[in-house]
Design a protein around this ligand. Structure first.
Ligand code: PLP
Length: 379
């Protein structure tokens, strides 16, 4: 019973927003307030768009007030309809963006290493109603972008990616935002790079810029010219201004997370039944999350057991993604939601656990979390 770890004094969450210090925020706010232009694509918006294009190494980008609106309007701009083949192992926003476009999601099982849509299972799901494949780069791990493109080309389908976790991910050195027809990035406070709330689309066809700019601003093209039925999805100047300050911090944050990930791996890798979800497909990780899988057979306890036990130590791990999107009540009439077609996703969803992972957490806390997980295992 010697040297047993006790819990943390205050709750430890899986992430904390990366934010500039108050003085920098104040200076930015002063600049914006003095300009009297607080929204509708002002100086901060233009500068953030320019800097993010450089950072993500993409040619075309449009900013939005959040990632969900970006995806919803991106799907609209591409003219998708009918059915879209996607993954059940994702955040609800991915499929809800389809719902709001009156598109039926067709759920495809996932691949057991990347946890992304399994390209070998896509073809069987294609019908004459299919208009696109919507992949998600889960935890920043790239989808098999080459195989997905090959299938899409063969059937004349569009390819769109939810890259909400993949800020800075590359595939063989190629920036993630350049694959497919379009990619969505989320800048929510919980994401590596954030504008508190915010998002962006990157895309191949430069003509989409005009449509997307209309769609995010009520379709207004001029004082007396409303060209299409849009929405209000503009990123405001305070979001953009804070984003510019956060962007300065991203590389250092990534370096700190890399250090923490190394500690997690060193301390837990040999624990029976604990498997790390690591980078695959020649990708470089975005370091968005630190994710383990708890394999009940070898660990001796379930993921849910570990999740509950950690809470007693004030550690609030998260079960991402659980439940699967295919389990939502409003999809139960769809054939593709049947559990026997989604065996890998079902299994993985019962095993995944996101551990606390952000620079400010520090090495000492990560070591303590690892010791707690190890001592739980021995109990
Ligand atoms: C965060 C997230 C979204 C939603 O982005 P918001 O900016 O919060 O609207 C969509 N998909 C995935 C996979 C996400 O993690």
């Amino acid at each position: 019973m010697n040297n047993l770890e006790s819990g943390f004094e205050s709750p430890v969450y899986i992430t904390r927003p990366l934010l500039p210090d108050l003085q920098q925020i104040n200076e930015k706010l002063l600049e914006i307030v003095n300009s009297k232009k607080v929204t509708n694509m002002g100086a901060q918006h233009h500068e953030l768009e320019r800097r993010l294009k450089q950072y993500l190494n993409v040619e075309h980008m449009t900013l939005f007030n959040n990632g969900t609106m970006a995806l919803l309007l991106g799907i609209k701009a591409l003219g998708l309809q009918g059915e879209v083949i996607t993954t059940p192992f994702t955040f609800p926003a991915t499929v809800q963006a389809l719902d709001w476009n009156q598109i039926t999601p067709v759920f495809c099982d996932i691949e057991p290493h990347t946890l992304n849509i399994d390209p070998t299972k896509i073809e069987a799901l294609i019908t004459e109603r299919t208009s696109a494949i919507l992949g998600v780069h889960v935890f920043g791990n790239p989808c098999d972008v080459y195989q997905i493109q090959e299938i899409a080309d063969r059937y004349g389908l569009k390819v769109i990616y939810d890259a909400a976790h993949a800020f800075g991910t590359t595939v063989n050195g190629v920036p993630i935002g350049t694959f497919g027809d379009m990619s969505m990035f989320s800048f929510h406070a919980t994401k590596l790079f954030n504008t508190i709330e915010g998002g962006a689309l990157t895309y191949r066809d430069s003509d989409l810029a005009r449509t997307l700019n209309l769609l995010k601003n009520f379709g207004i093209a001029g004082e007396d010219d409303v060209q299409l039925s849009g929405l209000n999805a503009k990123m405001n100047e305070i979001q953009a201004g804070i984003g510019l300050e956060v962007l300065r911090l991203v590389d250092e944050e990534r370096a700190r997370r890399q250090e923490l990930l190394t500690i997690y791996l060193d301390e837990l890798r040999d624990l029976p039944g604990i498997k790390f979800v690591t980078t695959q497909n020649d990708g470089s990780s975005s370091l968005q999350y630190c994710v383990i899988r708890v394999i009940e057979e070898s660990y001796g306890e379930s993921r849910d057991w570990l999740y509950q036990e950690l809470r007693k130590y004030n550690i609030y791990a998260r079960r991402y993604f659980y439940p699967l999107c295919s389990e939502f009540a409003w999809y139960q009439h769809l054939e593709s939601t049947r559990a026997e077609n989604l065996k890998v996703a079902q299994q993985v969803s019962s095993e995944v656990l996101c551990l606390p992972f952000y620079g400010e957490l520090g090495a000492t806390s990560v070591r303590k979390i690892c010791r707690i997980i190890r001592q739980l295992h021995r109990m």
